[in-house]
Design a protein around this ligand. Sequence first.
Ligand code: KE4
Length: 434
Amino acid sequence: MASNRKSETLLTKANRVLVGGVNSPVRAFAAVGGVPPFIAKGKGATLTDADGNHYIDYVGGYGPMILGHAHERVMTAITKAVHKGASFGAPTESEVKLAEAVAEAMPAIEAVRLVSSGTEAVMTALRLARGVTGRAKIVKTVGGYHGHADAMLVSAGSGALTLGVPSSPGVPAGAAADTVLVPYNDLSAAAAAMEQFAGQIAGMIVEPVAGNMGVVLPGEGYLQGLRELCDAHGAMLIFDEVMTGFRLAYGGAQQVYGVRPDITTLGKILGGGMPVGAVGGRRTLMNHLAPVGPVYQAGTLSGNPIAMAAGLATLAELQAEGFYESLEQASAQLAQGLLDAARAAGLADRVCLNRAASMMTLFFTPGPVRDHAAATAADPAAFATYFHAMLDAGVYLPPSQYEAFFLSAAHTQDDIHRTIDAAQHAMGLVAKTT
Ligand code: KE4
């Protein structure tokens, strides 16, 4: 076991002044135990921690780092932008360019509002849907995670699910009263909810491919069915593409599945690792937002020029010929290797793997995992054993069964082979000890 003395010391210091030693709960390793490595730097697919240990990184910043860390041209763009000033609180050409790139990439987007996080994008999307329709209720899926705005912390996924607080204290009953829950992939439940609250539903927000109960793919016709339900009930269909945007394809899930939401939220990759979120849709809809319309929304750092530079440089790389095809090949190779490792360890009937392009989750449950209930049937002890065996072997996975892990364009064949070798050992350990 490599030394983690410096990370341990840093965690002690962090715990004195940062709640749980972290700035986002999932990073605290609560679900898997142990000391989270304090990362000193990243380059390509490799992270190096404070003790000098190297890891093949599959967290990817929880999605943004599709190019890998410290990409040459992204770093150059950021550096150039920095020397022109950090923040003006005034319009700049760079935010126009990023908004143009978003509108060009996403079939359902004509106009955009840029913000600084996925949570802000979702908050704006919900207020917009409510402002446009004059209705209050929002339908969300059990296990769907859409950031930490009050109304969304009702049976939420990701860190909320990991920490067992899917419906967080501190969210007043009034804030959650208008959130209607339905199981993911259950079209009849969504139809029943729309019927039950006919005329009251402002919109339904959904991760077109769920990534926050682990990766769960939409069943055949599910997204199209939601589109038709929202049309029939005059409700807004909101695709939360914070994770899937520019991940599944350059045009996100709406390109892959051919379903057009009314409102799209984006984040993560759009900022190339810098704080960026976005909400977009038809111009007639988006023009309800201030200053054109009455639905208020604002942000000091919205459209921040340094973040814009990182996002523009990242999107430019994604448009390279064959970018997604080669990422798909590497992702399929990794997924197959992980499943082969499970099979070789005699675990074929204890695991399943869900993958959408370069985002995937290996569940320690036979599956199939098509919703939150199936995902939470996974064996937490087995996952924790697997996670730590991989970490000890220099493979850094998200420290939760309910997260997606991500491949980047920087992962080499050697990285993938080393990961599969590590998985063979890790699966053997799981088979022996759980
Ligand atoms: P942020 O506010 O964290 O930028 O975005 C919230 C959000 C919204 N929608 C979706 C589909 C998301 O996946 C997220 C954030 N994802 C989590 C990872 N599962 C962020 C990681 C974290 O909370 O530390």
